[in-house]
Design a protein around this ligand. Structure first.
Ligand code: ZN
Length: 198
């Protein structure tokens, strides 16, 4: 390789490294796990199962898009809230995405809500929420600021997604019985994360 070639190769390597570092590591946090089952409906799996399923789909989609992805759990195991935050706080530059499903005493309640706490996380929350509401086709319950533990104790931008109500007969059935629906939710979450880092 001549000198010009070497300089160009070094420049290209530097540009690629810079482009890669502009993208955060995505820490995906499937809610609950192990003895903590999350929302439960008779005759259906608990929330923890669907949270993990959708989280894995989001992870594989982001991985294919070139993101570095870390899961706070990748099996049905209990991880403390502080343990989840510690995983995120070990990363140099990250975003934290906690995935949950909702339940309410009122069976008619349905839809998507996305939470953030740190102001820096608002853009990410809004971006994911916008995509998710379209994909779910149910009620838009809004982007809300709430001091949830995992949102307060992560140093990076952090959001918590409630991707639908297991307690709603229609929405719950789609979440439980349609892998296509869960993939659609996962694709929307991934697309929202990608939108926020263009
Ligand atoms: Zn939950």
């Amino acid at each position: 390789m001549n000198r010009l070639g070497l300089i160009l190769a070094l420049l290209l390597t530097w540009l690629m490294a810079t482009a890669a570092s502009a993208r955060p590591t995505v820490v995906i946090d499937p809610g609950h796990g192990g003895h903590d089952r999350g929302a439960v409906r008779a005759g259906r799996h608990p929330e923890k199962i669907y949270a993990l399923d959708v989280a894995r789909r989001v992870a594989s989609r982001l991985h294919r898009a070139g993101f570095r992805v870390i899961m706070t759990r990748n099996r049905d195991a209990f991880v403390s809230l502080s343990g989840r935050c510690a995983i995120a706080n070990r990363q140099r530059q990250a975003v934290f995405i906690s995935i949950h499903f909702n339940a309410a005493a009122r069976r008619g309640a349905d839809g998507i809500e996305t939470f953030y706490y740190g102001r820096r996380a608002y853009r990410l929350a809004a971006s994911v929420h916008r995509r998710l509401v379209v994909a779910a086709g149910t009620d838009n319950r809004g982007v809300r600021r709430r001091p949830f533990y995992v949102l307060r104790h992560t140093r990076c931008p952090a959001i918590l997604i409630e991707a639908g109500f297991l307690s709603n007969p229609r929405e719950g059935a789609r979440i439980a019985h349609s892998p296509t629906h869960r993939q659609r939710l996962a694709d929307a979450i991934a697309a929202g994360i990608i939108d926020a880092h263009r």
